[in-house]
Design a protein around this ligand. Structure first.
Ligand SMILES: [Zn+2]
Length: 291
């Protein structure tokens, strides 16, 4: 049995890239855990479950719209990269009551609560908690910690995060309803899901991004390239057993991407990791050492 320390010399890969593969393996493995899925499903209102799963007659012909709307508008919260200081907001609320009516300018100034700054980012030692972001308010020195969990039930409990937490949990919700799903990562700064949907021409993986508003959140694969000026090199879709290079699904500029890949040494690392993920058991070794 190989130990934790042997992994770097064995694979000769930078930790962050391999860790990302490992994270998505561990996250999607949870999509096959009946107990996790039972708990996640219990969080979805019954009306949403019924509208998602019983409005259709064809297998895999799901209606994801109610679930997407509920998840974004009623369930999850977004954790900003520049959070407002809660202590200052509360104090400001009190002050603004006192000075109400005195001067509009002062009320406006009092309502502008300080934005917190990143104090420190502590890298975690496991996929279960990838890192801890520590923020501090420059005004009152209040600190706020945002743990980046990989465990679905931790995310379901905190109900907050950024695109990674949203896509990890949303994928679990899809799985809990029997909808085949995977997580897609663009190796720039965003991730989302895909769901297996039936169309007259057959079943296929469809883009689903719970962080976006409908209709952009469903089957708009070119959204990021067209509106966020994404310049991809690799977009990969992960299940517990396989990783697939889905870059061509998300681009109308495949030639440019191929040119970019040729210029970077990273292509070797990507193709080796993809091969290992799909064909070898290195991630099983990593699993034991990462807990
Ligand atoms: Zn403050």
């Amino acid at each position: 049995m190989l130990g934790c320390s042997s992994s770097s010399s064995l694979f000769g890969l930078s930790y962050p890239l391999k860790d990302t593969f490992l994270l998505y393996k561990k996250v999607t493995e949870q999509y096959e855990n009946p107990e996790i899925l039972r708990i996640v499903r219990s969080l979805i209102p019954q009306g949403i479950v019924l509208r998602t799963t019983t409005t259709t007659t064809t297998k895999h012909n799901w209606n994801l719209v109610p679930l997407l709307r509920w998840f974004k508008n009623d369930f999850m919260e977004w954790t900003p990269k520049d959070p407002v200081c809660e202590m200052c907001v509360n104090r400001t609320d009190g002050q603004s009551k006192v000075i109400e009516g005195c001067s509009n300018n002062r009320s406006v100034a009092a309502a502008a609560a300080p934005i917190m700054q990143v104090k420190k980012i502590i890298i975690g030692n496991s996929w279960k908690m990838r890192k801890l972001e520590l923020f501090i308010c420059n005004s009152c020195k209040h600190e706020y910690a945002f743990p980046r969990y990989g465990e679905i039930l931790k995310i379901a409990k905190t109900k907050t995060g950024r695109c990674s937490e949203w896509s990890m949990l949303f994928g679990a919700m899809l799985s809990s309803l029997g909808i085949k799903t995977r997580i897609v990562h663009d190796f720039l700064d965003h991730c989302w899901n895909e769901a297996m949907i039936s169309y007259p021409e057959g079943e296929q993986w469809v883009h689903v991004d719970s962080t976006l508003d409908y209709p952009i959140s469903l089957n708009h694969p070119y959204h990021y390239e067209e509106n966020w000026a994404k310049e991809y090199e690799y977009v990969l879709a992960f299940t517990a057993d396989t990783v697939e290079d889905v870059t061509q699904t998300y681009t109308l500029k495949w030639d440019s991407i191929q040119q970019r890949r040729l210029k970077k040494k990273k292509a070797t690392d990507f193709s080796r990791l993809i091969h290992q993920y799909n064909n070898e058991d290195i991630f099983i070794v990593s699993r034991a050492s990462s807990v």
